[in-house]
Design a protein around this ligand. Structure first.
Ligand code: B16
Ligand code: MG
Length: 220
């Protein structure tokens, strides 16, 4: 029986990827002498802060040029700038269709948790005025492995007291769909179905999400 929903944040509830890109572009240029592009940005989605830095250093062929302490300082500097950029987020930054979907889930008594790799997730939910919708938020610092490992989505369900077979996971990234599937939950992909081809059900955008369609597909 369907009892709860485990949400990714970036790309499902709001678009923070543009702020991550802006912040990484500046730090990469100013402090690493690396010019990143949108295809590098794609590789950063759903990836932890330190892993994102490693992707950028590899792209710039500078992976051996910084000590661990210097890398920590670069990641902190990026985050300080990113936090400034997201500080003006409001409910207007919620992706189309999501507010109505969350309202419907709440009205029908479903439990909800957040499975985001972002340590800034509580701050973002606060800006979007969505904190009260979520019964639990997975702490990414508590995880041993990020997406595509199943741990984050598995935890999203267990924190709600649910079995994997009672939960739906929603994701916009291929690695996230793999995480949901690995956790044994029903996976909903939001974005290009050709990319998210391992999802149990696909919607091309957040505006298309339909609880009725999820319920029907879940039950069959
Ligand atoms: P932070 P998600 C992820 O969020 C972002 O997609 C990814 O680009 C970012 O590096 C990661 O969070 C960590 O974010 O630096 O704020 O801790 O898609 O898992 O909601
Ligand atoms: Mg995402």
């Amino acid at each position: 029986m369907l009892k709860g929903f485990v949400f990714d944040l970036d790309g499902v509830i709001t678009d923070t990827a543009r702020f991550h890109y802006q912040a990484w572009s500046k730090i990469a240029q100013d402090d690493m002498g690396i010019t990143i592009n949108p295809s590098v940005n794609e590789q950063l989605k759903g990836v932890s802060r330190m892993d994102s830095l490693n992707v950028i250093l590899k792209f710039g062929q500078r992976e051996n040029d910084f000590t661990e302490a210097e890398k920590e300082a670069l990641a902190t500097k990026k985050n300080d700038y990113y936090v400034q950029l997201i500080s003006n987020m409001t409910p207007a930054d919620i992706l189309p269709g999501i507010q109505a979907f969350l309202d419907q889930l709440k009205a029908e008594g479903y439990q909800m948790s957040l499975a985001s790799a972002s340590k800034n997730a509580p701050r973002i939910l606060n800006g979007l005025q969505l904190t009260n919708y979520f019964d639990q938020i997975v702490d990414p610092a508590s995880l041993h492995a990020g997406k595509p490992d199943p741990e984050i989505f598995a935890k999203g369900a267990t924190l709600l007291g649910l079995k994997p077979t009672e939960a739906v996971g929603l994701e916009d990234a291929f690695a996230g769909i793999q995480s949901i599937n690995g956790a044994g939950e029903f996976s909903v992909g939001i974005g290009d179905p050709a990319i998210l081809n391992e999802a149990d059900l696909n919607f091309t955008s957040t505006a298309e999400i339909s609880l009725d369609q999820i319920k029907t597909a879940f039950a069959t």
